[in-house]
Design a protein around this ligand. Sequence first.
Ligand code: FAD
Ligand code: FES
Ligand code: MG
Length: 338
Amino acid sequence: MVAIYTEAYHIWSTELIEYGMVGRSLQVLFLSIDGAECHIYCRFNSEREGRRVNKILEKKQLSDDVYMMRLEAPHIARERQPGQFVILQLDNEFGERIPLTIADADLSDGSITIIFQAVGKTTHNLADKQPGDTVQSVLGPLGQPTHIEKFGTVVCVGGGIGVAPLHPIVKGMKAAGNKMIIIIGARTRNLIILEDEMRALADEFIVCTDDGSYGRKGLVTEPLKEVCGRVPKPDLAVAIGPPIMMKFCAATTLPFSVPTVVSLNTIMIDGTGMCGGCRVSVGDQTKFTCVDGPEFDGHKVDFNNLMQRLKAYRKVEEHAHHQCHLDSEIRQKEQSQS
Ligand code: FAD
Ligand code: FES
Ligand code: MG
């Protein structure tokens, strides 16, 4: 086992860090086991005293496993732009840190909105929290904002939970005067989210389900291909969803030479360009998704490498997820007995 400890980064910006992180050092600890599995932990060197935490103001369940939460984070609410994200740490300094897109913000109460799917330990733990509970730290706004201008016709494609990060981009593109063609898709009807919100922004709206339980039966790439084949063709495509969906959306638009932006969901740890966990190959360059992205030219991304890297911690994640369900069952039993 190799352990390397570095303390090499200093937080300099009040805009970057919500609540009490300013002027403190970021510590990163790398632990590599046998070179095969690599666990990376990172924490801020912050005193606990006097540090504010972020209160959950509202929580709503949008579909089977998808939740919307509004969190108190006034600095981030003020600064955020479409395409940016936060990194949340739920409970303690060594807890896992997860990136989530800022779906919306409300300056009147200084809140940001996140929309997330409970897929593993940390997102399930977040889903268990209630209004009035707190999140230990919210870091952001992170990443490059979406490049928004009047392109002409923009086709936006969202798959599953990818519709949540797509929504603020659609709002921004619409406000810039673009004609919006929106295609959203999910495996089945009850996994469709934000349909009304997206429909309200669309000049043309298409919904697809893999099983045909709602809208068109089939994958989002089918209507995307039809839209790209029109004369005139769209000026830009934006696709956000599972990597496999983004890969095939980019492959669909390539023969039509429609520029295509994708938003990558790489594993992230520090979110500040230090750990290298989020690196991706784009064209002949290595990029860090957290600082150079999360949006990239979909025609240049090496999706196979991305998907391979996303699997790197699968065994550990499955174990943690299983343990989290056991813990929750034990808690429920204890509560019913008391
Ligand atoms: P785990 O069981 O630990 O992991 C499940 C899968 O999620 C993993 O196999 C891996 O593919 C991915 N993952 C795990 N840990 C991380 C990590 N630290 N960083 C990134 N991915 C990870 N999800 C949403 O539901 N809504 C969003 O708005 C959203 N926005 C994102 C924006 C960005 C820039 C990125 C990079 C990811 C975003 N994600 C979003 C994905 C979200 O971060 C993961 O679903 C979450 O980290 C899973 O954590 P877990 O412990 O619950 O699940
Ligand atoms: Fe560490 Fe991007 S998350 S470099
Ligand atoms: Mg996890």
